[in-house]
Design a protein around this ligand. Structure first.
Ligand SMILES: Cc1cc2nc3c(=O)[nH]c(=O)nc-3n(C[C@H](O)[C@H](O)[C@H](O)COP(=O)(O)O)c2cc1C
Ligand SMILES: O=C(O)C(=O)c1ccccc1
Length: 379
């Protein structure tokens, strides 16, 4: 991506923010789809707090600095990307737009960032990567659940590696699905015609089950660090990242088991409601990582300033889930590009307005926190 602001503020443009995209994208979906994509679990506390928790931080800008050559680019998973944002693995993208993960892959390649491919992708890892490569250089990671059928899990790992993925993101927060009243109320089922080719499920097989029962049948809840990490390590040379970590204790285990990184994540508030916002869990995870393994974050990131704050608190990179879904629903590949352009432009302006000329200059000193009745406190 070129290092100049993308013009998003045209007067006839109705989508200026991720909030606009959420509104317009959601409008295009029937209730059962919109509820599936947008909801969190149980009381919707964590899904809400993931975004709102960012607002307690205030930015401490430095002024009168030469920011004419400010660069947003950074190296993540061994490749230089245009800014510290990538796309989280989210299943069932063809339910938002027929092109699904293919459109997302093309948009990511066009905008120079990495994409996570869900095990519940509606297209194969080979198809998704190929679609991106037709547009430009790509970086993909394969999301994995611990599976009852280890032979299937191994086939996915091997296909991902052969297709060119650089890492496995092992989702560790889902021994069972969260409590999702909306899915149950709507008797949510995967729409006819959609397949999950990576887990080798045809539309006929999927039709017979609810989302919940098919997940339970396939996913292993007897997983453990000792049983799963060395086993994955023995099957692949790809990096191994643990997605869904929220505590210092688990970061220490990830280090002990030789993982390459963790994604501080609560699954977008869809699994255990009542967990803390990821931005609030980030500091203890960064401290426990102690620079020995990498720490990324997802959940609730909706503005360029949110990205800036997460980087200031020690994340190497941020990932987004729903903004991509809203982009797909709004206008396929172009809608995803729109989501990425909004966040890129906001992040770049935020860097320039805080006097940062490179991502590595963003630090704790860039943030403060407002405590009751007090002046801005430094972190
Ligand atoms: C519709 C949807 C499907 C998802 N599917 C998966 C998945 O298959 N595997 C996974 O590890 N996480 C999945 N996630 C979680 C995302 O990877 C990510 O953690 C979350 O969406 C980030 O929060 P955000 O949506 O607020 O940006 C899904 C999230 C959504 C909203
Ligand atoms: O719903 C989810 O959060 C999720 O992880 C998922 C799992 C399988 C298919 C689609 C989404």
């Amino acid at each position: 991506m070129e290092e100049k602001p993308v013009v998003v503020s045209m007067s006839n443009e109705i989508i200026l923010s991720i909030e606009d995209l959420q509104k317009e994208g959601s409008k295009k979906l029937p209730t059962f789809k919109r509820d599936f994509f947008n909801s969190g679990s149980t009381g919707q506390i964590t899904v809400h707090e993931n975004s709102t928790a960012y607002s307690k931080y205030r930015i401490r800008p430095r002024v009168l600095r030469n920011v004419s050559k400010a660069s947003t680019s950074t190296v993540v998973l061994g490749r230089r990307i245009s800014f510290p944002l990538c796309v989280s693995p989210a299943g069932l993208q063809a339910m938002a737009h027929p092109d699904g993960e293919l459109a997302t892959s093309r948009a990511c390649a066009k905008r120079g960032i990495h994409m996570g491919i869900s095990s519940f992708s509606n297209y194969t890892v080979e198809e998704v990567i190929q679609a991106g490569r037709e547009v430009g250089p790509t970086g993909h990671v394969m999301q994995l659940y611990t599976m009852k059928d280890r032979a299937l899990e191994e086939r996915i790992i091997r296909r991902a590696e052969a297709a060119g993925c650089t890492a496995i993101f092992l989702t560790a927060d889902s021994p069972v699905l969260g409590v999702r009243y909306n899915e149950w109320r709507n008797d949510f089922r995967t729409p006819d015609g959609l397949e999950f080719p990576m887990i080798e499920k045809t539309t006929e097989m999927i039709k017979a089950q609810t989302h919940d029962s098919s997940f339970m049948a396939f996913n292993s809840d007897s997983h453990s660090w000792a049983d799963d990490i060395p086993w994955i390590r023995s099957k692949t040379k790809m990096q191994i990242w643990i997605k869904g970590v929220l505590t210092a204790e688990d970061v220490l285990l990830a280090r002990e088991y030789g993982c390459d990184g963790v994604i501080v994540s609560n699954h977008g508030g869809r699994q255990l409601d009542g967990t803390s916002a990821t931005i609030d869990a980030l500091p203890e995870c960064v401290e426990a990582a102690d620079g020995k393994i990498r720490v990324h974050i997802d959940g609730g990131i909706r503005t360029g300033a949110d990205i800036f704050k997460a980087i200031a608190l020690g994340a190497e990179c941020c990932w987004i889930g729903r903004p991509v879904i809203w982009g797909l629903a709004y206008n396929g590949q172009k809608g995803v590009e729109k989501a990425l352009d909004i966040l890129y432009d906001e992040f770049r302006r935020c860097m320039m307005l805080t006097g940062c000329t490179s991502v590595s200059e963003i630090s704790k000193a860039s943030l403060g926190i407002v405590r009751a009745d007090g002046p801005l406190a430094r972190l």
